[in-house]
Ligand binder design. Structure first.
Ligand code: PMP
Length: 306
């Protein structure tokens, strides 16, 4: 079931009813998927609502726009403006539960042709219920028949809307085969990520995740997990991973804003580890949830009261 969406959206430079937030059918956003986006959580903490790693989300939007050549975004949207818009949106909707905010920069220019520089952009933001996109009680994954788009075609590092057709293909293929989500391999056959989450394995006590040159999105939760693990003294390695390493891993889990931290119990009809949540995933999941909800003093630096 789809998530509930809150009524008020931010669009252009003001709040409007969500039903009135439109980009044109003739815009590059619609014609070519020429928009970049991010989704950040706003959680209920002991000190009220807080956005998690808002600056990192803004910076990833900036980086995505730079990669694509959407050069009118950065001059128009400082971090301060971005935070102010998010603040107005959250205040207007007043959520009393954990929610996600989807912020998108659309190229609104009409029939501009297949190019990106010097074109008008519109910011949109809306809020929806924070429902996980993968089961939290043991996800079942299938290797995708579709490969991840390589950095030399459409970079995964850029969170560009059009590229998500690749994710849709992979996820639908998994669902059609009775699985919860897919595992993408890159053109060289190494493990990348899921349709919208990063992946970790644990082998002999070491936490391993595909490195940033494995055609992955540089996930903000991935970065957080690596930092938390290092602080906890869990050895971490970022390197390319073979598919068969997943099959023999002690633990496999995935992370992302919309996936939270979810353990994987089955991949390609093979049980993973003991088929239950492993100790490393359980430990990291607890710390991660505490970090997001302001219950871990060491990480309140990542929270923006909103
Ligand atoms: N990979 C992909 C393809 C994604 O869409 C997402 C969700 N943004 C992630 C990984 C996880 O990233 P994050 O931790 O920043 O949500």
């Amino acid at each position: 079931m789809a998530s509930r969406i809150y009524e008020k959206a931010y669009f252009g430079d003001r709040l409007v009813p969500l039903v009135d937030a439109h980009v044109s059918v003739a815009s590059s956003a619609v014609l070519y998927g020429l928009s970049v986006y991010t989704v950040f959580p706003v959680c209920m903490t002991v000190k009220g609502r807080a956005a998690f790693r808002l600056r990192d989300h803004y910076q990833r939007l900036v980086n995505s726009a730079r990669i694509i050549g959407m050069d009118t975004f950065e001059p128009a949207w400082s971090y301060e403006r971005f935070e102010k818009a998010a603040r107005e949106l959250v205040a207007a909707n007043g959520p009393t539960e954990d929610v996600f905010v989807r912020a998108t920069v659309h190229v609104h220019e009409l029939v501009a042709g297949t190019r990106s520089r010097g074109l008008g952009i519109t910011m949109s933001m809306f809020i929806y219920e924070a429902k996980p996109i993968v089961p939290q009680d043991g996800a079942r994954l299938k290797t995708s028949v579709w490969r991840r788009i390589p950095d030399f075609s459409i970079p995964s590092r850029a969170k560009v809307n059009g590229a998500y057709v690749n994710s849709v293909l992979g996820k639908q293929d998994a669902i059609d085969s009775g699985y919860d989500d897919c595992i993408f391999l890159n053109v060289s056959g190494h493990v990348c990520e899921l349709s919208a989450a990063n992946i970790f394995i644990v082998r002999d006590g070491t936490l391993i995740t595909p490195d940033a040159t494995s055609d992955i999105l540089e996930g903000i939760n991935r970065k957080t997990i690596l930092e938390v693990a290092r602080v906890l003294g869990i050895p971490t390695i970022e390197r390319s991973i073979d598919l068969t390493e997943l099959y023999v891993a002690d633990e496999v889990f995935v992370c992302g804003t919309s996936a939270f931290i979810a353990f994987v119990k089955e991949i390609d009809a093979r049980a993973i580890g003991a088929g239950t949540m492993g100790p490393v995933a359980a430990r990291l999941r607890k710390v991660h949830a505490d970090v997001l909800h302001g219950a871990n003093p060491a990480y309140t630096k990542y929270l923006t009261s909103i």
